[in-house]
Design a binder for this molecule. Sequence first.
Ligand code: AMP
Length: 187
Amino acid sequence: MKICVYCSSSSVVAEQYKSAARELGKLLGQNKHELIYGAGNIGLMGELASATKAEGGRVVGVIPRRLAEYGLAYALADETIVTETMAERKQEMEARADAFIGLPGGIGTLEEVMQVMTLKQLRYMAKPLVLLNTAGFYDLLLAHLQRLVDESFMNGEFLQLYQVAHDAEEALRMIQEYRASELPLKW
Ligand code: AMP
C-alpha cells in the first residue's frame, strides 16, 4: 500500500517519538509498503524515511520548491516530487496515498491531519486515517474532538473519521482491516 505519514520536522523531540518513527519506518519497509511523506531529512521525518529505506521500502517525498531549495529534502528518496505551493503538495500526497498516519508533530502535522479529517467529513475522500498516539501524545487533541461533539460542533459519528493506535503495528493493522463506513452528511 501507499501510506502517507505526517510527522514532526523537529529533531530535538524526546527519544520515544524518534523511536516510534523508526519503528513505523521499519514496518513500512518490511511489509513492502510505499512511504509518502513531506520529503524532509530532519526530525521524525528523517528518522522515518531512513528506517523505511534501511528495510528496503520505497520512499516518495513531496516538497514545495522553497523548502527543497533550503536543502531540506531527503537525498536518498526513491522519488522526490517538487510542487510550487504547500497546497499542491498536500493535494499530491492525498491523491497518491491509500491511507494516512499521523505521528506526533507540530502545527504542520496538525494541519495535514485536520485536512484529511475535513475532506473525509465532507465526503471528498474515504481513505483510512490513523493517529499514532505515542505516549498519549494526542490525548488532549482527542479530548478536544470529544468536546466538539459534546458541545454540538460536530456530529458524534464523525469521531469515526479517524482511528487511534498505540504503536506502529496496531496502526498498520487498522489500515489493513479498514472498511469505510457510511457517515452522515455534514449539512
Ligand atoms: P511540523 O509538525 O510543524 O514539524 O511540520 C511537519 C509537517 O509539515 C510534515 O508532515 C511536512 O509535511 C510539513 N513540513 C513542515 N516543515 C517541513 C520541512 N522543513 N521539510 C519538509 N516538510 C515540512
